[in-house]
Design a protein around this ligand. Sequence first.
Ligand code: BGC
Length: 406
Amino acid sequence: MSNLAAIIDQFTLSATQARDIAGAFAAAMDDGLAGRPSSLKMLPSYLSLPTGDERGVYLALDFGGSNVRVQEVELLGGGRWHIRRHTAAPLRDPAGAYDHTVATATAEELFAFIAGQIAAVADPGTDYLLGHTFSFPCRQTDASHAELLSWTKEIKTAGVEGREVNGLLAAALERRGLGRIKPVAVINDTVGTLLAAAYCDLAADIAAICGTGHNTCYYDASRAMIINMESGNFDRLPLTPWDDALDAASERPGAQRLEKAVAGRYLGELVRRVAAGLGHEAGPPLTLATEALVGPGVPAPLREIAAAVFTRSARLVAATFGGVLASVDPAMSRRHTIAVDGSLYEKTPGYPAALAAALAEILGAKADLVSLRLVKDGSGAGAAIAAAVTRRQPRPCRPASSPGGC
Ligand code: BGC
């Protein structure tokens, strides 16, 4: 076996390994729910699923990685919504003027910047309820209050860990004279994706992000609540020496082992490390746009490595979905829609197909009961739905030109 073939072999996940991972994942879910030690945090969202008839105009803040997005969302009922206005800004200025993600940046600076983005979208004369998609592990005490447990995705801003993020946001809005905007819900992006999917699809009960980061949530019928698993931290995985080296060089060695093997933030770096070991120059980490790595024009060995790393990502994620299904519906007695958002899933050629094929392999004859569905921008609409579900205070509905939804 050539060097390259031997390496690719190490990144190849067999059907048996995928089934074993599914079983270990289901066991980790049980442990986490029962309060036993587990790599799955199983964080309660304090939110149930929407009816699909929530209505009104809300602000949605999406803070999940490199960009902050703000949307004014009108929920129209009947599973439809309309984005009336929106803005997006990077947390790190590409021209170097500011960087709110480094350890020398403070919570106050970061949230002042976010309040500025909100000001750019909010109508000056309107009072708003705001739903905040905050895509990091949080301990929630109710649907509106969440304390950041620890940063992920290599963000290091000082003074946010251990603090209640909607409190920081509300204080920044007050300081900017925007006290009429009330953050009433804080959700993980997976939860937002599930809320957006369930707004128009009764079978939606699992949602994942396959983008810069990775995570999955599900609706726990026995608790009548969506649970954010923080599955990126799952660690019972057959990983390689390259995964270990990447982990050792990361911000938080030992943490987020699944995420470091599957998410866009890390896949380019993983490919670069493997290729460099074989003497192939793959460029510095940041030039590796993940979607570009599997496309034409990439040298053959590099493309083979990338294909193996990306396929493994899809198969690992599918294995965890198999674990969730085994836990929520062991007999596979009903239909399930798994909503997926994120650039890796949306933009990597072959990724959704590899994920679907691996899931079908795990589920066998019951695979027809499960649909995977791309739910784009669910975290914006999802945050608005969260705000509506939290308050259940319908607001006047204005006619919309081009409704979205599903
Ligand atoms: C975070 C999760 C988030 C996921 C996808 C992870 O790094 O810990 O909270 O859902 O990324 O954005």
